[in-house]
Write a protein that binds this ligand. Structure first.
Ligand code: GLA
Length: 729
């Protein structure tokens, strides 16, 4: 059992392979966080000896004897109203207008395995997994609110996951203003906050800032996790490297508005709050109702960012992603978007497919523009019927023609959106998110459907399943291209308008659950104007995600490196596109574009009809090579060897679980101010005694040599790159 309760000292100990997470009951009532970090073999007997017993300026808390001020206590799930005046994890207003919540311990249970979260994506376990769960019930006597803190320990993944369920066991309505998934503590101030921020085409760049007094927050109010910030932060010791130093990672399994904040108090303790963004949020909990909030995954690493990321990768790849594609290779695809945008007809798609087949590509994906009257982005979202002028054979007929060339066929949809110029809008103008009496702002000429409405959810389920049933469709790219504005539902009552963002996600998650179960053989790829909603919540439904609309290989060095802090390579879609690049005009060699794309799910996104025979042959060679490497790349352990954020190149490697092979990618970014020295890259994670032989048979080194002496990369010209692959003899 990786969770134990010691009745003698009222202490809960949660243990993973390398970490301990410890909570205790002060005076048998108040649940405190006592420790999280490197695994401990013993722990002091007395909870009181672990906490500061001085008074703070905010006074001692009523109901806590012994002079403790809750402003100093590391309360495991802090609430608003008593003497703890830091940002609480929970804040509610009760029917009588009062706003104080005092949670005391009621009971707990420990059990093997893990329960599903109702209506929300979450990690899961399979039979034989080493997973143990703990539920601690707390309650507020006056209002009869019950709060169930739920923890599960994934022992071998070094992960602790948690969520909270609220039960209104009282007689009045509770207005929940803030209900976060976690509050964590650092007991000293010597930390940096590392977070992933960016924008369209620059998703998930690594940012680092020193924690100081006050509150540092990243969040989203965009009704999606967004391009701008990711639902992830890490608290890291200064100068932590990939291999050394303490890091605490916190990753939220949620796709809507979130907040992640670190608050340093006057006593130099840091509190980390994370969960649904309280901004613009109010959830009415009626008597008898329950409210489940999203799950959060914490990973502690004393071996730098590398170990933290590998734990996230394994857990998310194996116990968050689902379905038949979780453990299998995905077809290598050609996407029509950058090849032709809206300018295509059936014959052009067929010609592309023929060329794709020649190049060794396995699937043709028809992106935006096949439906309604859509020849640009001004119309037709919501009108999910085929434009027969462009595709006379219909989707089923086109699928058959493409299949007969020897390729699978996939399509693009943006099911959550509606164009004001559409049949759907004429029929149901009230189905979109809008505020009464206020004009709605358009972005990309579109509005968002109100997924809090069951009839809208059903419409989406029906339209997507009708399209997928039109023929032999093997893949769907599910896009979502705008942020919210004028956020109102024409269906929800006035006093529930502030539930819209979260209700939207409950609706979307229901839709995705139904569709992904109805079409288990269809490969779903998520997309949100690139990687705008590439978050763990989405991975529960989509085993892969379009990382960014910026397909330039050099920009991708940064975007993919940042993304890899949390997201596994098996989920990261990486395409080879044309040069000059369509987004930023950069000119890069073909082999560099392919080498960078080979560190994820390789695909192609360019007009093959414009390529020479020689270039088509190059693609064929790349695909043959990738087929040899992809087991290692997609299902191996990732080691980041050189950061583009800290050097003039990027290098990442992947080592198969049993250490039998290693794939290395090295790519220069901006080296050429002067002539640069050679680069030495030391590998990691190999069997020291094993002899690793390169795939062309020209190099053979021991793991020990590769990890200590390293490999030289001599060509330091801008954008030059190399891939290496070794197998253990
Ligand atoms: C978004 C996606 C692109 C493409 C277009 C189509 O921008 O990120 O990959 O599918 O929509 O309109």
């Amino acid at each position: 059992m990786s969770i134990k309760f010691n009745e003698n000292n009222n202490v809960f100990i949660l243990s993973t392979k390398n970490t301990s997470y410890i909570m205790g009951l002060l005076k048998g009532k108040h649940l405190l966080h006592l420790y999280y970090g490197k695994k401990l073999s013993s722990f002091p007997n007395n909870v009181e000896s672990m906490i500061p017993s001085r008074l703070s300026a905010s006074g001692s808390a009523s109901g806590i004897e012994g002079g403790f001020s809750s402003d100093l206590l590391p309360t495991e799930y802090p609430t608003y109203g008593s003497t703890d005046l830091r940002t609480p994890a929970f804040h509610a207003v009760y029917e009588d207008g009062s706003a104080t919540t005092n949670l005391e311990y009621i009971s707990h249970t420990i059990y093997d395995g893990k329960k599903e979260l109702s209506g929300l994506p979450s990690t899961y376990c399979e039979s034989g997994d080493d997973v143990t769960s703990l539920e601690i019930k707390l309650g507020d006597k006056r209002t009869r609110l019950e709060v169930m803190l739920i923890y599960s320990v994934y022992e071998k993944y070094d992960a602790i996951v948690r969520s909270v369920n609220f039960i209104n066991d009282g007689y009045g309505t509770i207005n929940i203003k803030s209900a976060l998934s976690q509050c964590a503590y650092m007991f000293d101030k010597d930390f940096d906050i590392v977070h992933l921020s960016g924008g369209y085409g620059t998703e998930r760049l690594i940012n680092k800032t020193k924690v100081s007094h006050g509150i540092f927050t990243v969040d989203s109010k965009r009704m999606s996790s967004s391009h701008h910030h990711s639902p992830f932060i890490a608290l890291a010791r200064p100068n932590v490297s990939e291999t050394e130093g303490e890091v605490y990672g916190f990753s939220l399994i949620y796709s809507g508005d979130f907040i992640a904040g670190a608050e340093m108090d006057t006593y130099d303790n840091i509190r980390i709050n994370m969960g649904i963004n309280p901004f613009g949020f109010n959830w009415k909990l009626e008597p008898g109702d329950t409210f489940q909030i999203p799950e959060l995954v914490s990973i502690y690493s004393e071996n730098g960012f590398g170990h933290m990321s590998r734990c996230y990768h394994k857990l998310y790849r194996k116990r968050l992603c689902r379905g038949k594609f979780r453990d299998t290779h995905r077809p290598i695809l050609l996407n029509s978007w950058e090849a032709c945008y809206y300018d295509f007809n059936e014959e052009k798609i067929i010609n592309l497919a023929k060329k794709a087949k020649q190049a060794g590509i396995e699937m043709l994906v028809l992106d935006d523009g096949w439906f309604g009257k859509r020849d640009d982005d001004t119309t037709s979202l919501g009108d999910w019927y085929v434009n027969r002028k462009k595709i006379p054979s219909g989707l089923g007929g086109l699928a058959d023609r493409i299949n007969s060339i020897g390729l699978k066929f996939g399509i693009w949809m943006e099911p959550e959106m509606i164009s004001p110029q559409s049949e759907l809008y004429k029929e149901h103008p009230d189905w979109c998110i809008a505020e009464r009496g206020r004009e709605s702002s358009l972005y990309r000429n579109q509005l968002i459907l109100d997924l809090s409405r069951t009839e809208v959810q059903d419409f989406i389920i029906n339209s997507v399943s009708s399209v997928l049933s039109l023929g032999n469709i093997s893949y769907l790219k599910w896009d979502m291209n705008r942020n919210v504005s004028e956020k109102g539902s024409q269906n929800l009552p006035v006093d529930r308008q502030q539930e819209l963002s979260h209700r939207y996600y409950l609706g979307l998650y229901r839709v995705l659950d139904v569709i992904s179960k109805q079409f288990p053989n269809v490969l779903f790829e998520g997309c949100a104007a690139g990687g705008g909603r590439y978050d763990p919540g989405m991975l529960y439904y989509f085993p892969q995600y379009w990382t960014s609309d910026n397909s330039d290989a050099i920009s991708r060095l940064y975007i993919q490196y940042g993304t890899s802090l949390v997201m596994p390579s098996s989920t990261m879609v990486t395409h080879v596109s044309s040069s000059p690049n369509k987004q930023n005009g950069r000119i890069t060699p073909m082999d560099t574009r392919a080498n960078v794309a080979m560190t994820g799910q390789l695909g192609y996104e360019l007009n093959l009809l414009e390529l020479s025979d020689d270039e088509i042959l190059q693609i064929r060679t790349q695909i043959d090579a990738y087929k040899k490497y992809r087991d290692t790349v997609c299902f191996g352990d990732m080691y980041r060897l050189k950061s583009p954020f800290e050097s003039d190149c990027s290098s990442v490697s992947f080592v198969k679980d049993d250490k039998s092979s290693v794939f290395v990618m090295i790519c220069n970014s901006f080296v050429m101010k002067h002539l640069s020295p050679m680069l030495n890259i030391k590998l990691q994670g190999l069997d020291p005694k094993g002899v690793y032989v390169s795939d062309d048979g020209t190099m053979a080194y021991t793991g020990e040599f590769l990890m200590n002496r390293g490999l030289y990369f001599a060509d330091r010209r801008d954008y030059k790159s190399e891939i290496l692959y070794f197998e253990k003899q």
